[in-house]
Design a protein around this ligand. Structure first.
Ligand code: BG6
Length: 484
């Protein structure tokens, strides 16, 4: 069942940092795929803006290379790429000076939506926002897109919010968390709020615990400079895992509208209890055979930054009081596998006796790879021999259900950029959400720093340090296996 494509209004998208890694890997290939799908119209303008001297033709060559490398597919060969390139232009712009701004203004069309993507270091956000205002580009119908990291702590996030607020209204600011653009993450809302089946059970009375795992096989090689100052808590938990937690735990919003959804997410973050050290396990990957350790990767033999974190948190509200949420994420783990598992409580009494064993319903929401959902139900083992029970999955795998078209499911960036053009902020973080998330993580990080906490080493290709397993075992529970 192919997805329905509704073309977006004509737009001009300026990518500050248009020659950078994110633009090459995600933004430009994503736009190309939307162009192929017919969602981006031929009169759209995509303008790279950066410090380097470059002509339109040179930038088009860069874009073509990026698209071939990261978007691939037949469309590159059948002439669509050449058509797409006619939408591309380049302007050398000085983010801290006057150079290039007038020329940039001259390129933009009055009757187009104007969007400005800040794919640059956060230190430049203020300068760019100020110039957009100064040159008349911060008008009512323009919008800006900002990337993570949105601040390093509460203080810096507040300062960034304040800087942007001088030039743009909150309704014009699109803070990207690409996890919100993932297909299954949105499906989570559809499943929760579009069905009668789950919502009555979605609370502490019926749910034993919830596990959220985002496991990666890659290390931090190449990004060590950034990562070593962040660690898994800042890089993944404060944003991506927090957003997943919000969507799993929030109350049904009155409407599927940006502020209604974001109000409910904010309440979840604010309901999080403060953390204590015994609720958290930090890890750092060791060297493997022929593989560098984390410390080699970041070139600091004494680094105390975590490349893995597991934690148990609680929400103080009526729905969730007493249900723990276990979160874990890490680099160089055994598989690339991200999922949310809602583990329901045991039936209150087993009519089949203790020999029937323990059986539980688990709803698994798989983010990647093999996006889909699976509900574990208990049935009778087929055949004679009495009432033996077994657990089988009711499987809703997108790839199987939707056939070959499932490959066309847009990548998170594609979807989010189209939402920017449509002016829909539902899947973007509001300033107060980001600040509330930092307000929760800051004291945890400050505690590590005060105690000079050293992460536990773990083997690359493992499931993280043993202490993370203990975090669950102590509660009589266990992590689900990390597998795709
Ligand atoms: C980024 C983090 O935001 O998300 C990276 O900075 C991480 O460290 C990445 O690798 C994971 O994204 P995805 O979509 O590959 O799960």
């Amino acid at each position: 069942m192919p997805s329905r494509v509704i073309p977006v209004d004509p737009f001009d998208l300026v990518i500050f940092g248009g020659t950078g890694d994110l633009a090459r890997r995600k933004i430009l290939p994503g736009l190309f795929r939307r162009f192929c799908a017919g969602q981006v119209r031929k009169d759209a303008q995509i303008i790279g803006a950066a410090r380097s001297d470059m002509t339109d033709a040179e930038y088009r060559a860069l874009v073509a290379e990026a698209v071939r490398e990261f978007a691939g597919g037949r469309a590159c060969e059948d002439g669509t790429l050449d058509e797409f390139l006619t939408c591309i232009g380049y302007e050398k712009v000085d983010a801290k000076g006057e150079g290039g701004w007038r020329e940039l203004c001259a390129r933009l069309k009055d009757d187009h939506v104007h969007a400005f993507y800040f794919s640059v270091a956060p230190g430049l956000f203020g300068d760019i926002a100020e110039r957009l205002r100064h040159f008349g580009l911060a008008h009512e119908d323009s919008r800006i897109v900002v990337e993570k990291p949105f601040g390093h702590d509460l203080g810096s996030a507040r300062a960034l919010n304040a800087t942007l607020a001088q030039h743009f209204d909150e309704t014009q600011i699109y803070r990207i968390d690409h996890y919100l653009g993932k297909e299954t993450v949105q499906n989570l809302m559809a499943v929760r709020f579009g069905n009668m089946l789950f919502e009555p059970l979605w609370n502490a009375q019926y749910v034993d615990h919830i596990q959220i795992t985002v496991a990666e096989t890659v290390g931090v090689g190449g990004r060590g400079g950034y990562y070593d100052k962040s660690g898994a808590m800042r890089d993944m938990v404060q944003n991506h895992l927090m957003q997943l937690l919000c969507l799993i735990a929030m109350e049904p919003p009155a409407r599927f509208e940006p502020d209604a959804v974001r109000d409910e997410k904010l309440k979840v973050i604010r309901a999080l209890d403060p953390m204590t050290p015994h609720q958290i396990v930090r890890g750092q990957y060791d060297a493997g055979i022929g593989e560098p350790s984390y410390r080699d990767d970041v070139d600091d033999a004494r680094s105390k930054t975590e490349s893995f974190i597991a934690l148990k948190c609680h929400l103080s509200n009526w729905r969730w009081a007493g249900t723990p949420f276990y979160l874990r994420t890490g680099k160089k783990l055994r598989d690339r596998a991200s999922e949310i598992a809602v583990v329901f409580k045991d039936a209150p009494h087993s009519i089949f006796g203790s020999e029937a064993g323990r059986h539980r319903n688990i709803l698994t929401i798989r983010l990647q790879p093999n996006e889909g959902m699976e509900l574990g139900v208990t049935i009778k083992e087929p055949g004679p021999g009495g009432m033996r029970l077994m657990d089988v999955p009711l499987d809703m795998s997108f790839a199987e259900e939707f056939g070959p078209e499932a490959e066309e499911v847009p990548d998170a960036y594609e979807r989010l950029i189209m939402d920017v053009i449509r002016g829909n902020q539902t899947l973007f973080m509001r300033g107060d959400e980001v600040e509330a998330a930092w307000a929760w993580t800051d004291p945890v990080i400050a505690g590590w720093e005060a105690r000079s906490d050293v992460p536990k080493p773990y083997d690359p290709g493992s499931s993280g340090p043993d202490d993370a397993l203990m975090l669950m075992h102590r509660d009589g529970r266990k992590w689900r296996e990390i597998r795709p």
